[in-house]
Every structure is written in structure tokens, then in C-alpha cells.
Write a protein that binds this ligand. Structure first.
Ligand SMILES: Nc1ncnc2c1ncn2[C@@H]1O[C@H](COP(=O)(O)OP(=O)(O)OP(=O)(O)O)[C@@H](O)[C@H]1O
Ligand SMILES: [Mg+2]
Length: 186
């Protein structure tokens, strides 16, 4: 058994059962530190108004995201898999309201972040250009098939819908990013 930490989830890997159990991470201290100045200066009502009408759980800087984003990611990951059964998604078998998810165990692709991101950017015409797509730990590669394992975020889901099939078909585990790759800063 192995434990891996992401920003919003902790995964407990159980190779014997070929599954990973994904649990949300909750940041009480950050939520407290972020809400305190708001409550002091403008009151709880203003904070709630801002949280409900301006921010969402997936917004950076929202108090609710420090508390509930892990749960939301789990919940949306399962919902998106159930709804689409998209071939690019590593299957999520079960979710208990986002509190506990059970997903197929991934096999991390042996590719470096630069080569991975270069392919993502090239194949999606620069739509998959964020940090998310340069981290091989967000993917699984088995029998020549690439799948994504971290797909709770609505922005990621958009990319999967539009480019998931193409990414799976065209991804080449051995492709290298040229020295003057199109991605600035690589
Ligand atoms: N099904 C799986 N099989 C194997 N390892 C997994 C699986 N799901 C998650 N992991 C590991 O746990 C880590 C955290 O999971 P995941 O990426 O889904 O969570 P996250 O908190 O949303 O990530 P991030 O930090 O990228 O926002 C992954 O980077 C990966 O190493
Ligand atoms: Mg991740």
C-alpha cells in the first residue's frame, strides 16, 4: 500500500485490488486565515455573499475551496465518468458523495514533464497548456493507452470532451519536445 498526495486529494494505492482510494484534503487553517480579515472588516454576511455570488468552489482564493474543493473534485470526477464513460478517463468505480472515491489504479507514464506538456499543447492547439498537463502523475499509461486520472475540475472536463479521443489516439510515449519547443519557459 502506498499513499500519494495531491493538492486536493490523497490517494491510497492498493495494488492487490488494482484500485486507488481518493480522499479529499481539507485545509481548515487556510480557510480560517482567509476568512478572518473579511469577517473582521466586513462581517460574516459580506463574506457569505462574496462566496456564494462571486466565487465558486473551484475559484482560487475562495474560502469554500479550502474546505470543500477536494470533495467537489471527487464528486465531479465520479459524475463526469458516469455521464460520459469517456475512453480518455481512467474509470472511477464509486463515490460516497465525494468523501471517498474508488478509482482504477493508474500506471504513471514514463515521460518527462516537458515532453508530456509539449504533446498536450501541440495536440490541443494550446488548450491543454496548464501545469495540470505537464504532470505525468495526472495520467495513466497502459497497453499503449493514455488516460487521465485527475478530471474533477470543469476546465479539465472541457478539454477531455473536446480533445480526449484525439489525445489518446495521437499520444506518443517516445515523442520528444524539440529544443526550441513551442512552449515558452520549457
Ligand atoms: N487512480 C490512481 N492510481 C494511482 N495513483 C493515483 C490515482 N489517483 C491519484 N493518484 C495519485 O495521487 C495524486 C493525487 O491525486 P489527484 O491528482 O487525483 O489529486 P489532486 O489533489 O486533484 O491533484 P493536483 O495536485 O494535481 O491538483 C496523483 O498525482 C497520483 O500520484
Ligand atoms: Mg493531480
Amino acid at each position: 500500500m502506498q499513499i500519494k498526495k495531491g493538492t486536493w486529494r490523497i490517494a491510497i494505492l492498493i495494488p492487490k485490488l488494482n484500485i486507488a482510494i481518493k480522499l479529499p484534503r481539507i485545509y481548515f487553517k487556510s480557510a480560517y486565515q482567509m476568512s478572518l480579515p473579511w469577517i473582521k472588516n466586513k462581517g460574516v454576511g459580506q463574506l457569505l455573499k462574496k462566496e456564494i455570488f462571486e466565487f465558486g468552489i473551484f475559484s482560487h482564493g475562495a474560502v469554500s475551496s479550502w474546505l470543500f474543493r477536494g470533495i467537489a473534485e471527487n464528486f465531479c470526477e465520479f459524475g463526469f465518468y458516469l455521464k460520459t464513460r469517456h475512453c480518455f478517463l481512467l474509470p472511477t468505480y464509486f463515490s460516497l458523495f465525494g468523501l471517498i472515491n474508488v478509482q482504477k489504479l493508474a500506471i504513471e507514464p514514463k515521460i518527462n514533464d516537458r515532453d508530456l506538456l509539449h504533446q498536450m499543447v501541440t495536440l490541443t492547439h494550446d488548450k491543454a497548456n496548464e501545469h495540470h498537463y505537464r504532470n505525468p502523475a495526472n495520467f495513466s499509461y497502459q497497453d499503449g493507452k493514455l488516460q487521465i486520472l485527475d478530471y474533477g475540475d470543469p476546465d479539465v472536463q472541457k478539454v477531455v470532451k473536446e480533445f480526449g479521443k484525439l489525445l489518446q489516439e495521437k499520444f506518443d510515449i517516445n515523442a520528444k519536445c524539440p529544443h526550441n519547443g513551442i512552449i515558452s519557459g520549457l
